[in-house]
Design a protein around this ligand. Structure first.
Ligand SMILES: [Zn+2]
Length: 134
């Protein structure tokens, strides 16, 4: 997804410029965003105080909200579903987690996920066995 730079009319330098958004981290947790003028580096506080030039008012914020949401879920590892976990045990009646000893769904995710080893390759045909001979 391409995020367009937001145009602003900077209240500090008076230039038509772009807003630079940088995430602020406290440890590994994103605590906020720093918004600065790309032209003069003036730092803005709340998003409401940013002098956007954009014509399309409400949808800009909708886009922003969506981007923030993506940001939050970006760190969730993908593919860590029980189906691909080495602890996943499936039989005709139930699917279980061999680690937590409980029923699971193939699409469940688990923080104790460990990738299952790749399936064993088919054993080679026995040496000397007649091939295709009935
Ligand atoms: Zn500026």
């Amino acid at each position: 997804m391409k995020k367009r730079a937001a145009k602003i009319l900077c209240s500090a330098c008076g230039q038509e410029s772009f807003l630079v958004c940088e995430p602020i981290f406290e440890g590994l947790t994103k605590t906020g965003e720093k918004r600065t003028c790309a032209s003069c580096g003036h730092e803005y506080g709340a998003e409401a105080s940013v002098p956007f030039v954009e014509q399309k008012g409400p949808s800009l914020f909708a886009d922003d909200a969506r981007a923030a949401k993506v940001e939050i879920f970006k760190d969730v590892p993908r593919g860590k579903t029980c189906r691909h976990c080495k602890h996943y045990v499936v039989n005709p009646f139930t699917q279980r987690c061999g680690l937590h000893l409980k029923e699971v769904e193939a699409t469940d995710t688990c923080e104790r996920f460990e990738p299952a080893p790749p399936p064993e390759p088919a054993p080679p045909p026995e040496a000397g066995a007649p091939a295709g001979d009935q």
